[in-house]
Design a protein around this ligand. Sequence first.
Ligand code: URA
Length: 201
Amino acid sequence: MPSDGDVDALRSAVHACRGCELWAPATQPVFSAGPDPAALMLVGEQPGDVEDRDGEPFVGPAGRLLDEALGAAGVDRSGVYLTNAVKHFRFEERGARRLHKKPGVAHVEACRPWLAAELARVAPGVVVCLGATAARAVIGHDVRVTEVRGTVVGETGDGVPVLVTAHPSAVLRLRGKEGYRAALDGLVEDLRRAAALLRPA
Ligand code: URA
């Protein structure tokens, strides 16, 4: 972990990370996208199958849904810093398929120094955690997303408000089912709320 340097220096250094075992089966680490500094920082869980192959966060199906939600909330994705709590894809092989496996607490903890270094460099005005894993990584304890979504659940060590919302994959799982529209609208509303926190009242 470089003690100085910008996000690009972190992005280069993460290729040598052996902080946990997830680096070995993964194609590559997936660091972040977006400008630094940035007013709004979004934290996801871990890269998915597409992200693992492309090396970029949120470029697969969940990323497309996130783009749609950001657009509907009036937030320009190109101005947002997007990252994940865990930088390597954790998966289980089933034949030719690689199935997403939720990262464990040890993976989140092992990856936390990267997230802390990003927070310091990006210096956001608001952090949005997409789902429970991101919330755990940023605020250090578990939350129930269904209970706290859309609210500020705490602050980073630097006093930056942390808002929690649903993970786009959780919304995606409802597609074609009852509740999809409400879940997507909820995500849009939470992103709108996060953007509003950046504006003086
Ligand atoms: N899900 C995440 O949490 N992050 C990604 O980058 C892609 C899917």
